[in-house]
Design a protein around this ligand. Sequence first.
Ligand code: LCS
Length: 396
Amino acid sequence: MKSTKKIGKSTKAIHAGNSHLSEIGEVSMPIFQSSTFAFPSADEGAARFAGTKQGYIYTRLGNPTINALEENVTELEGGYKGFATATGMAAITTVYTALLHQGAHVVSSETVYGPSRVVLETIYAKYGVESSFVDTSNLDNIKKAIRPNTKMIFIETPANPTITITDLKGAADIAHQHKLPLVVDNTFASPYLQRPFEFGADIIVHSLTKFLNGHSDVVGGMIVVKDENYYKMIRPTFTSFGGTMDPHQAWLVLRGIRTLGLRVERSQENAMKLAQFLITHPKVLWVTYPGLPEHPQYEIAKKQMDGFGAMIAIGVKNGLEGGKIVMNNVEIFTLAVSLGGVESLIEHPASMTHASVSKKEKIKAGISDELVRIAVGCEDYEDLRNDLDQALNKIL
Ligand code: LCS
């Protein structure tokens, strides 16, 4: 799209990436379910491989449907180019692999999606990568953790599952003072609510499985880079490690993104009302939601987000036993991991999404046994409230 800066977020979500559409006049991007593309001549094939001529070669290296999705998310984020990956973890590990090397060090938020952390502590550690996990909501902790061999700062905000917020501009300033890239996992906000490049981030990663796809029927990921330099740094790992997307998967995510604005607005409106209801509930001990003034980073959330999102963490009476009663008795909420779909989900991070994080580290990061995570969807608010109310009231 031309002059995208002036175009609204919902318009971009619906139209961005449509530049490939053919003369036939299709309104929806077709699925180019082809693994390979014919060359008109041997010279043309060689020229495409040499990069002297544009054109498709092989779907792991590029495909029109996948490229449409990459363009769409890149425009939503305001970046330079995107790489669509098979899953969110493929996006994250592609960035880790491209930016790190033996003896390199990473500073990461201590609360991130469990595997984003554990893969550094186990698999990357095996290859000699060091990592420090700190509470990045306090910028001093980032500064203190940087070492001469640090090569990347990785943050997740809002963080899974504690909904901790990190100051994006503050983190980017520190990263750049040390000539380091700031990588941001923007999954919980989606570009509809937060665009980290506006605050100085260098690379953004997403699990498209969540708000961007929005229908709990696809897994997928995306890397968006701010400039050509990072594009060149990541592309060889992306194409050679092979964690790339399938055209049908890309088409489904493109279909989901068309309603991103509607879904995010509806789910965050539900989440705000639910957070306000839950904080007054006699069986609820605490509620963490960035839209509540009680949230420790409420002011930063207001500054860097266009809305507070649809993720809530709560602690209920009787700790995990109480939480189990709620999870086992909900009727409209589904007891399942994941988030960002139209349906509301509830889960227990300490034993589920963050089970792979060590007990000691979980306690340090605030992933307590009593924390229950709620992913709010697009149902009618009254039904969600009544459902949580009846399940909470089963706690004695
Ligand atoms: N980043 C964040 C913030 C996530 O929440 C997840 C998955 C990922 C990356 C990885 O994406 P995937 O490979 O699954 O597409 N989070 C999940 C969760 O909280 N429950 O189930 C998966």
